[in-house]
Design a protein around this ligand. Structure first.
Ligand code: PEP
Ligand code: MN
Length: 338
């Protein structure tokens, strides 16, 4: 971190400021006094330094970060890819997985039929929302505890590990047997929830917020990891832009950028990114080509009657077709699902 001191600042004030900075364990300062400019280089673990607080000091002209504000999620401090293990199913570090299933769990027949079909097509995990973050309070809110029970039923039938979204930390006891806990886009910056998820050891699928930068997403991962849970999977699911032709704008560049900045596995969700059924295939293939470690795809046995996100859901047959293309594209790179 570089702190630029205002011109003509008394030397005593600079000395006093440096003494203060050095009170933080692990931080060292280097003073550079030029003819017109004085700068202080701050080195060590600067992730806990409050840059805005430094800026409020009246002798400070400007503060510039030269190091990212996240440490645990940073590839600089952890050069090897993290591999998250979900009951023997590995993701990251060359392991590619496909998570698929309906937006919402609706009934036993629905979730079990979809689970059976997606497994036959090569999906390695089952998704399904039991607690749904809906824009309208009048829209279907999910089956809640019953939805989790139905997912466990489908897991028993198919052997597929299950992924489901938590919206409130008080619901966590219900997720005891859920294999991967999803943090939805709308909760990416629910910091109290992230802190709670840092205290457990279950894998967390962290979706990018609708209007959040890559750095903000990595800071949210940092919240979970700072609590001791390093099993974090990042998910690019499209962001809000001025474009209205698609539900969101799929930020394909976020995939290689995240993988460069962080060692965590990165998956992409082409269903929420595009919001339209026929867009899922091209976006999924783009994500694979961009180096994603996995995909999350919504599949419904009767999209026209789905209680949420039917428009973007693939039928099991369509999903099967997309999976064939995903496998073929992975093979170009010598990769396989699993
Ligand atoms: C979902 O996965 O169904 C969902 C609500 O996703 P997002 O949080 O990305 O909108
Ligand atoms: Mn959905």
């Amino acid at each position: 971190m570089i702190i630029i001191i205002k011109p003509n600042t008394e030397k005593a004030r600079v000395t006093e400021f440096i003494t203060d900075l050095e009170k933080t364990p692990g931080l060292q300062t280097h003073l550079v006094e030029g003819l017109h400019t004085t700068i202080i280089g701050l080195v060590g673990d600067t992730s806990k330094v409050d840059i805005d607080q430094l800026r409020t000091n009246d002798i400070v002209e400007e503060v510039k970060r030269v190091q990212e504000p996240y440490k645990n999620a940073n590839r600089k401090f952890h050069p090897d890819d993290t591999i998250v293990d979900i009951g023997g199913i590995k993701i990251g570090g060359g392991h590619f997985q496909v998570i698929s299933g309906p937006c919402s769990v609706e009934c036993e027949e629905q979730i079990c039929e979809i689970a059976t079909r997606v497994r036959e097509s090569g999906s390695t995990m089952l998704r399904g929302g039991a607690f749904k973050p809906r824009t309208s309070p009048y829209a279907f809110q999910g089956l809640k505890a019953e939805g989790i029970d139905l997912l466990l039923e489908a897991k028993k039938k198919t052997g597929l590990p299950i992924v489901s979204e938590v919206m409130d930390a008080s619901h966590l006891p219900l997720f005891e047997n859920v294999d991967v806990i999803q943090v939805g886009a709308r909760n990416m910056q629910n910091f109290e929830l992230l802190k709670e998820l840092g205290h457990i050891r279950k894998p967390i699928l962290l979706k990018r917020g609708l209007a959040n930068t890559i750095e903000e997403m990595l800071m949210s991962a940092e919240y979970i990891m700072a609590g001791g849970n390093s099993n974090v999977i990042l998910c690019e699911r499209g962001i809000r832009t001025f474009e209205t032709a698609t539900r969101n704008t799929f930020d394909v560049s976020a995939i290689p950028v995240l993988k460069r900045l962080s060692h965590l596995p990165v998956v992409a969700d082409p269903s929420h990114a595009g919001g339209i059924n026929w867009l899922v295939e091209p976006l999924a293939l783009a994500a694979v080509a961009a180096g994603a470690d996995g995909l999350m795809i919504e599949v419904h046995n009767n999209p026209a009657k789905a209680l949420s996100d039917g428009k973007q859901s693939l039928t099991p047959d369509e999903f099967d077709g997309v999976m064939k293309k995903i496998k073929a594209l992975l093979a170009v790179d010598g990769r396989v699902i699993g």
